[in-house]
Design a protein around this ligand. Structure first.
Ligand code: AVJ
Length: 338
C-alpha cells in the first residue's frame, strides 16, 4: 500500500470489493494557520484543540486513555461491553459510520455485537489521519470476513455532507469519546443541525458523553500524576513550532487544567511563566505574552442528561435509550432521527 496519491483509492490485494477509501482532503491546500493567528490574536488567547493531534499528540492521547485517573475511555468501553448487544438489537441491521474513528477499538465491540446478531457488516470510518484510517481498516478487514468498508479521510465538517448513499436498511452515525465536549455550545448546535440534516428518518445517532460529576474526579483526570496530560498540552506548541516554523519554548509555559463550575467544563491552559514574544515565521506572525498570561488550549464540556436530551429533541434526534455506568459518569445515547 502506498499513500493517497489520488482522491479515491482502493486497497489492493484482492480486497477491492470490500474497501474504498476516499480522501476528501487531497485537493485541499494544507492548513494555512489562519485559525492559529486568530486564536493567538484574541483576548484571551486560545488555540483550536485539533492542533493537539499530530502523530506524537495522537500517541500521547492513546496513553492518556490508559491512565488510572482518566476514567472516560475505560468507562465508555465498559458501557459498550455491557450494552453492545442491546444496541444491535434495538437498531437491527444498519451500517455504522463513525466520526473520528481513530484506532476503532470501541467500535470493534459494536461490530462484534452486529456480527453475533448475524447482521451484514458495513463500516464507514471518518478520520483526518489517513495512516490511522488505512491501518485500522486493514486490521478490521482481516478480523471480520464479511465486513465492507467505505472510509473518508476528512474533517467532520467536510465528511458529514459527503457520506455515500446508505446500502443497508439504515445507518447509525457514531460520535463517541465525548469529543462533542470540545465544542462551544453554539458550535455544538451547528454540529447537531448538520448531523440531523445528513441522516434520514429512522437512522440512528450514537453519542458518547462525559457527564457532570465531582470536581475532584474531573480535575484529577486532566492533571495526572505522570504528567502525560501536561506533555499532551505542551505538544500543541511543539506541533505549531514544527508546522509553522515557530519558537515556542515549552520551558516557559506550565500546564493548568481546572473545572469551571459555572460553564460545566474543564478548561485546559498553557500559562506563560515569563513575559515573552513568540514568533511563527511561516505565518509571518508574532505575539506577546505577559507573565502569568493564560492561553486556552481546550474546553471539555461535561454534560447534563436532561439538558442534552432537550438539545437533541430540538434537532429531531430524540434519545431512544440511554446507557450508562453504575456511577453515572459517562453515557451512551442512542438517538433516532424522526
Ligand atoms: C478527546 C476531547 C474527549 O476532552 O477528555 C484528554 C481530550 N484532553 N485529556 C477530553 C483530552 C486532555 C478528550 N477528548
Amino acid at each position: 500500500m502506498t499513500s493517497q496519491s489520488s482522491e479515491t483509492q482502493s486497497i489492493a490485494a484482492g480486497d477491492d470489493q470490500r474497501i474504498v477509501i476516499r480522501n476528501l482532503m487531497a485537493g485541499e491546500p494544507g492548513e494555512n494557520g489562519q485559525d492559529v493567528v486568530e486564536g493567538l490574536s484574541a483576548q484571551p488567547k486560545s488555540l483550536p484543540p485539533k492542533y493537539f493531534y499530530d502523530q506524537h499528540g495522537s500517541q500521547l492521547f492513546e496513553e492518556i486513555c490508559k491512565l488510572p485517573e482518566y476514567y472516560p475511555t475505560r468507562t465508555e468501553t465498559a458501557i459498550f461491553e455491557a450494552y453492545g448487544a442491546a444496541i444491535a438489537h434495538l437498531t437491527g441491521p444498519c451500517e455504522i459510520a463513525e466520526l473520528g474513528s481513530g484506532s476503532a477499538t470501541k467500535t470493534q465491540i459494536l461490530l462484534d455485537a452486529y456480527q453475533a446478531a448475524g447482521y451484514p457488516l458495513r463500516y464507514l470510518p471518518i478520520d483526518v489521519s489517513s495512516t490511522m484510517l488505512v491501518e485500522s481498516a486493514q486490521e478490521l478487514l482481516a478480523k471480520y470476513p464479511t465486513l465492507s468498508i467505505y472510509g473518508l479521510v476528512s474533517t467532520y465538517e467536510l465528511a458529514i455532507p459527503h457520506l455515500p448513499p446508505t446500502q443497508l436498511t439504515a445507518r447509525m452515525l457514531c460520535f463517541i469519546g465525548s469529543t462533542l465536549g470540545n465544542l462551544q455550545p453554539y458550535e455544538c448546535d451547528q454540529f447537531l443541525a448538520k448531523v440531523s440534516h445528513a441522516l434520514k428518518p429512522g437512522d440512528y445517532f450514537l453519542l458518547g458523553l462525559d457527564l457532570q460529576k465531582e470536581t475532584a474526579v474531573l480535575e484529577a483526570a486532566y492533571n495526572d500524576s505522570q504528567g502525560i496530560t501536561a506533555a499532551f498540552n505542551f505538544n500543541m506548541l511543539q506541533h505549531l513550532n514544527r508546522r509553522f516554523d515557530g519558537d515556542f519554548d515549552i520551558a516557559h509555559f506550565s500546564h493548568r487544567a481546572y473545572y469551571n463550575q459555572t460553564e460545566n467544563q474543564i478548561e485546559m491552559h498553557l500559562k506563560s511563566l515569563t513575559a515573552q514574544t513568540v514568533r511563527l515565521k511561516a505565518l509571518n506572525f508574532a505575539t506577546h505574552f505577559e507573565q502569568g498570561e493564560y492561553l486556552l488550549s481546550e474546553i471539555s464540556r461535561k454534560f447534563d442528561l436532561p439538558e442534552i436530551s432537550q438539545e437533541l429533541d430540538k434537532h429531531q434526534l430524540p434519545v431512544l435509550r440511554t446507557f450508562t455506568d453504575q456511577n453515572q459518569w459517562f453515557a451512551l445515547l442512542l438517538c433516532q432521527r424522526t
